[in-house]
Design a protein around this ligand. Structure first.
Ligand code: ASP
Length: 299
């Protein structure tokens, strides 16, 4: 079973993974290790990563698995001109699953076509980043549960580089499964690609999606979850935006501000101690979700 896109996921998949993550969280750094199930996970990264790569490493290690870490493809045969397909064919003989990050959209599917083992998409260019989305949604889901609420009915605002932000694309794809109000806020040159818009709206006819160029007072007052994305300079995006004090003043008391990180200037550091800042919580949840994903794939 590959994990390539949030488009392939069902509510049952999400619930299964979230419940496993809750168990991992309860076991808190002392998961029950089943040595008989020891596997090798390859972390194959053609692009920089801090959280995704280290959390998969940590998740696999905590579960008792071994990690084949190829973070710097420049030390591999990739520099000798080897194709992605040949590299995947090779690594899939040594590992039981491959976590792949690659600069090209669709690379994870290309890899899955030739791999003998499951491929986990850890970011394919400006395409998707499904494991980030699972941890994002898990963060929202846990907060809702605590308050006896549901994801359905939330007002979710996605702000920033919606064009090249892959975590935005995966999140929108998964939100098609819920009845949420979505507001897209982005500079004109970084608006959501039409294809992502169509894919994420196809499934749920009743959904409401609005588009705005700036985060207005009215949006701030209405938003339950504000998901901010940095300008993806490495993919040619250019823009400037930053959360202001004035905007924060209009936020609801119990809303959440999320960010997949790394951030640049879009969320100023003075906001970090605000109880509505959830981006550090997301990091923590990333470990549990990736443990759950590995357990799901390896069982
Ligand atoms: N770490 C996330 C990603 O790989 C977010 C970002 O880079 O902006 O997409």
């Amino acid at each position: 079973m590959h994990l390539l896109s949030t488009q392939d996921m069902t509510l049952a998949d999400i619930e299964r993974i979230f419940n496993k993550a809750l168990v991992k969280e309860k076991e808190h750094f002392r998961p029950k290790i089943r040595n008989s199930a020891k596997k090798i996970l390859a972390n194959l990264f053609y692009e920089p990563s801090t959280r995704t790569s280290s959390s998969f490493f940590s998740a696999a290690t905590k579960l008792g698995h071994t990690v084949l870490q190829i973070n710097e493809v420049k030390y591999s045969s990739v520099t000798k001109g080897e194709t992605l397909e040949d590299t995947i064919r090779t690594i899939s003989q040594y590992a039981d699953a491959i976590v792949l990050r690659h600069p090209d959209i669709g690379a994870a599917r290309t890899a899955a076509n030739v791999s003998d083992v499951p491929i986990i998409n850890a970011g394919d260019g400006a395409g998707e980043h499904p494991t980030q989305t699972l941890l994002d949604l898990y963060t929202i889901w846990k907060k809702c549960r605590k308050q006896g609420k549901d994801i359905n009915g939330l007002s979710i605002t996605l702000m920033g580089d919606l064009k090249n932000g892959r975590t935005i694309h995966s999140l929108l794809n998964i939100l098609r499964l819920y009845n949420v109000k979505i507001t897209l806020v982005s500079p004109d040159n970084l608006r959501l690609p039409e294809s992502v818009y169509r894919d994420s709206t196809n499934f749920n006819e009743g959904r409401r999606i609005a588009e705005e160029p700036t985060l207005t007072e009215k949006i701030c007052q209405d938003t339950d979850v504000l998901y901010v994305k940095r300008v993806q300079k490495e993919r040619g995006s250019v823009a400037e935006y930053q959360l202001t004090n004035e905007q924060v003043k209009h936020f609801k008391n119990d809303m959440m501000v999320m960010h997949p990180l790394p951030r640049n200037e879009e969320i100023p550091q003075w906001f970090d101690n605000d109880r509505r800042a959830y981006y550090f919580e997301q990091i923590k949840n990333g470990l549990y979700i990736r443990m759950a994903i590995l357990e799901d794939i390896f069982l």
